[in-house]
Design a protein around this ligand. Structure first.
Ligand SMILES: Cc1cc2nc3c(=O)[nH]c(=O)nc-3n(C[C@H](O)[C@H](O)[C@H](O)COP(=O)(O)OP(=O)(O)OC[C@H]3O[C@@H](n4cnc5c(N)ncnc54)[C@H](O)[C@@H]3O)c2cc1C
Length: 339
């Protein structure tokens, strides 16, 4: 038995909101064997299991009466390299940003736009993380996951993961699959995605006309550091709401009363609205109720000024959802996973 299981552990250091709730049981998995031990421990005691990575996409609203298993498995390996396309596999517990940096140091491009996203490799497919015009699905080739019900190890390819905007099969079948390792297809040549204006602008401010993948990563890190609060300083989970996708008629209707509406037409004819813009228009930017608030610069980011509980943050989120529904007839969906 290598798994160290502790009782009554504060999860404050293990969630980026810094919410202070306790795990009835807590352990860190450093190997597949640890993961299997945790599954057996829970099965024997009929105990629920909550798997976490970096805790940067969680809203914990009460003490967790379960075994909380933090994935801390390490390892990155090259599976194939044809001189151009390189398939890299990383263990679920690898921290995302250092992994991205490792790929760049190897001269591989593909993940640069996803620089500085908090969390772990194993959680990245959960909501198909995305930023600056790239999503994990764009470089994903496969993953290996354990079926928590049967203990069967299964490989998933791109199509089987059903990736969509901040969505995947693993979100739909929450609690079933435990992701052990993920595979990415990267490139020795730079295929850069510079569609996002601020990235181009930052590069040109730096006098960089022909950027490399590492230049793009650095530019994105500098933009993100200015834009988003650092969870180590101010508790948050990044964007709290997904950008809602609405019928074109509804977008046109909102635009009549709000000509500045920010919306992006989608391939299926619908329009993706900027949730942050809606929240800002409704006057929530900088709002604070006790220690739960809306960031003063980023309306999409809910923050914990120190002692907010998960329930207080949830209550604020629900107030914003109700207000946006009443004002714009738009339903906002929460991005973090609620426990
Ligand atoms: C400041 C900030 C900025 C952010 N920016 C972005 C962004 O630009 N784009 C974006 O997409 N997201 C962003 N996020 C959200 C977050 O970083 C990502 O969702 C990240 O992938 C979460 O990883 P994690 O390891 O912290 O997951 P956790 O929060 O620990 O877990 C998230 C969910 O995944 C499950 N899970 C975790 N690991 C596993 C596993 N190995 N197997 C099965 N299930 C698992 C958990 O049970 C939970 O349901 C941001 C968050 C913060 C705090």
């Amino acid at each position: 038995m290598t798994l160290q299981i502790q009782s009554d552990v504060s999860l404050k250091p293990f969630n980026s909101f810094g919410v202070d709730v306790k795990a009835q049981w807590f352990a860190q998995a450093h190997s597949d064997e640890d993961v299997r031990e945790a599954l057996a421990y829970c099965a024997q005691r009929q105990l629920p299991l909550l798997v976490i990575g970096g805790g940067s996409n969680l809203l914990l609203t009460a003490d967790v009466r379960a075994l909380v298993l933090r994935m801390a498995t390490c390892g990155i390996r090259v599976l194939s390299d044809d001189g151009q396309r390189v398939v890299v596999e990383a263990e679920a517990g690898e921290t995302w940003h250092p992994f991205v940096q490792w790929t760049l140091e190897q001269g591989l491009s593909g993940l640069e736009n996803l620089s500085l996203i908090p969390g772990t490799v194993g959680a990245a497919p959960m909501q198909n993380i995305g930023a600056y015009g790239v999503e994990v699905k764009d470089v994903f080739v496969g993953l290996s996951a354990l079926d928590r019900q049967t203990g069967e190890l299964r490989d998933f390819d791109l199509a089987q993961c059903q990736f969509a905007y901040r969505d995947s099969l693993f979100k739909h079948e929450a609690g079933r699959w435990l992701i052990l390792r993920v595979r990415f297809a990267l490139n020795r040549a730079d295929h850069l995605h510079l569609e996002y204006g601020p990235v181009r602008q930052r590069l040109s401010e730096q006098g960089i006309e022909r950027p490399t993948a590492s230049d793009v990563s650095r530019a994105i890190c500098s933009i993100r550091s200015e834009k988003l609060p650092d969870p180590a300083v101010l508790g948050n989970a990044g964007s709290f709401f997904k950008n809602p996708v609405v019928p074109a008629e509804l977008a046109a209707q909102i635009r009549q009363s709000h000509p500045g509406l920010v919306g992006y037409p989608q391939a299926d004819g619908q329009v993706k609205l900027a949730a942050g813009w809606l929240i800002e228009q409704a006057g929530w930017k900088g709002f604070r109720d006790a220690d739960a608030g809306v960031h003063r610069l980023q309306s999409l980011v809910l923050v914990n000024y120190g002692a907010a509980t998960g329930l207080q943050l949830l209550a604020l989120a629900r107030r914003i959802q109700r207000d946006i529904a009443e004002r714009f007839n738009v339903e906002l969906e929460m991005e973090p996973n609620l426990y």
